[in-house]
Design a protein around this ligand. Structure first.
Ligand code: FAD
Length: 483
């Protein structure tokens, strides 16, 4: 792709405008005048270190009014921008492609209100997910989303990507939990739809378009969200299984026996756990190697009742030889240790140099077939092996089994065109043939832009483009990305 000539190039005059507008040196970070105290590089490069932009300017507004004035100025002057939250996105959507201005939301980090009767939280978009969750913990509530990047990602970024994460099985998606948003359109107009109503059938539900739109139609500046009561009893079990077939049986049994207290069901293949052990030096909770592992979490209001249920479930799956071995967390520290076996996989996979990451929705029964198919394919093509000549280290699969969401990851020694060609569009075709989705929760960003047609029809893409043009007629918001 080429830089679009319709966009203006940044000048001293523009920078001066922003400096006066934002009135704080740390709010304008620019590489043009070279007097910035903070390095601009981290804002230009994504979490996977796969996508690198060349922004010369990063703006950090503190108020919705500032976002509005920035966007209006950019729109009037044809300056392209990239909204950025915690920059933990996994599809290259949060960094510039060329010299787009980064609008980073980290300074908009206030909790605006919390109502402990309804459980409704209203907060700025730049609040870090973990900060929001810790705040809610003090009020015996929980943020209905949790994911491995919680220490860095922002709730506005979560809503913009419609992140799914570890609690979706229990609490549902952000499309159901977000009650309202405040957002700024490119022309500077502010959409004030920070509703705190659970029910509001008054025509089109505009906020839904922003949820998962990846910064292409407006900048979200605040959200209101329904937060459940925090369950006092959290129990976690981790077990090893002989095959993927057994993992499916265990999931079926968990739904049947744990019912309303089941809050997460995660699957990890043996290879992902082996990599965790080798790279992070983690001692795995079970002795020996198992081809598959599952993590089950229950959350409820009565510790004794829940422990008994989970214990009975474990006894049943062991007796029925569905699981080969299992362990039950006996303290909060152990709960965290067992969760780390799932949550730390992502960071370990990058150890050799890079990772090709895929996040697919597939029928549960066929989810792991794809991992095996890709492993065979790369091996046969001579791309996967133990030596430095082979770019691919391994192919691993893990994910939110309860949501039929597979994370297929290909850790590599170096990014390599031959590997990319072997994987894409092959695995998107594979997914489309089984009526799956090429992105279950990470979004499309720049990395899946060419493949949108595998999950959306031509009519749907046309409608999406019309919506984009309606909200952002100059196309200044997150250009070159999926739309
Ligand atoms: P960024 O990465 O900064 O931005 C993501 C996109 O949203 C970009 O297109 C950006 O332009 C846009 N954006 C950001 N903020 C705004 C805003 N205020 N207004 C408009 N647009 C905005 N995802 C899951 O769904 N489930 C997981 O389990 C999961 N686990 C992860 C684990 C790890 C270790 C990592 C690194 C990532 C994981 N992710 C997961 C990816 C996930 O999408 C992001 O972590 C998170 O939702 C993005 O939030 P962010 O603030 O970092 O947004």
């Amino acid at each position: 792709i080429q830089r679009e000539s319709k966009f203006a190039k940044l000048t001293e005059k523009h920078i001066q405008y922003f400096q006066e507008l934002l009135d704080s040196e740390s709010a304008v970070l620019d590489g043009v005048t070279k007097d910035a105290t903070e390095d601009i590089e981290p804002f230009n490069i994504d979490w996977m270190r796969k996508f690198r932009g060349h922004a010369q300017l990063v703006l950090k507004p503190s108020t919705t009014e500032e976002v509005s004035r920035i966007l209006k100025y950019c729109n009037d002057n044809m300056l392209a921008v990239v909204p950025q939250g915690g920059n933990t996105g996994l599809v290259g959507g949060s960094v510039p492609v060329f010299d787009e201005i980064v609008i980073n939301m980290q300074k908009m980090n206030n909790i605006r209100s919390f109502d402990d009767v309804s459980g409704i939280l209203v907060a700025d978009a730049g609040v870090i997910l973990e900060v929001a969750d810790n705040f809610l913990a003090e009020k015996q509530h929980i943020f209905p989303l949790d994911l491995g990047a919680k220490g860095s990602c922002q709730i506005g970024g979560n809503v913009s990507t419609n992140a799914g994460g570890l609690r979706l099985l229990r609490y549902g998606s952000l499309h159901g939990n977000v009650l309202g948003i405040e957002a700024v359109l490119p022309d500077g107009s502010i959409i004030d739809d920070l509703s705190t109503l659970r029910k509001n059938n008054t025509g089109y539900d505009m906020k839904q378009l922003f949820i998962g739109s990846e910064g292409t139609i407006g900048i979200i500046t605040a959200i209101s969200i329904q937060c459940p009561r925090r369950s006092p009893a959290i129990n976690v079990a981790y077990f090893g299984l002989e095959s993927y077939e057994h993992a499916q049986k265990a999931f079926r049994a968990a739904k049947g026996q744990l019912g309303e207290i089941l809050s997460a069901f995660e699957m990890m293949d043996g290879r992902s756990q082996k990599i965790l052990k080798e790279v992070a030096g983690t001692k795995l909770p079970l002795e020996g190697d198992h081809p598959f592992y599952c993590l089950v979490e229950t959350s409820g209001s009565n510790t004794d009742h829940d422990s008994e249920k989970l214990q009975n479930f474990l006894e049943h799956v062991m007796e029925a030889e569905i699981v080969s071995d299992g362990v039950l967390a006996e303290s909060q520290t152990q709960v965290a240790e067992l969760w780390a076996c799932r949550e730390r996989i992502t960071e370990c996979l990058g150890h050799w140099g890079g990772v090709y990451k895929y996040d697919l929705s597939l029928p549960i029964a066929q989810m792991y077939e794809l991992v095996e198919d890709i492993r065979d394919r790369l091996t046969k093509q001579g791309l996967l092996g133990d030596t430095n000549e082979h770019p691919v280290v391994d192919v691993v699969g893990y994910g939110h089994m309860g949501d039929a969401n597979l994370h297929l990851n290909v850790p590599v020694r170096r990014f390599d065109k031959a590997v990319e060609k072997s994987l894409e569009p092959y695995l998107y075709e594979w997914t489309s043939k089984r009526n799956g989705s090429i992105s279950a929760e990470h979004g499309l960003g720049v990395s899946k832009k060419p493949y949108i047609g595998y999950s959306k029809s031509a009519t749907m893409i046309k409608l999406m483009k019309q919506i984009k043009n309606l909200y952002d007629p100059n196309g200044i918001l997150n250009p070159y990305k999926y739309i």
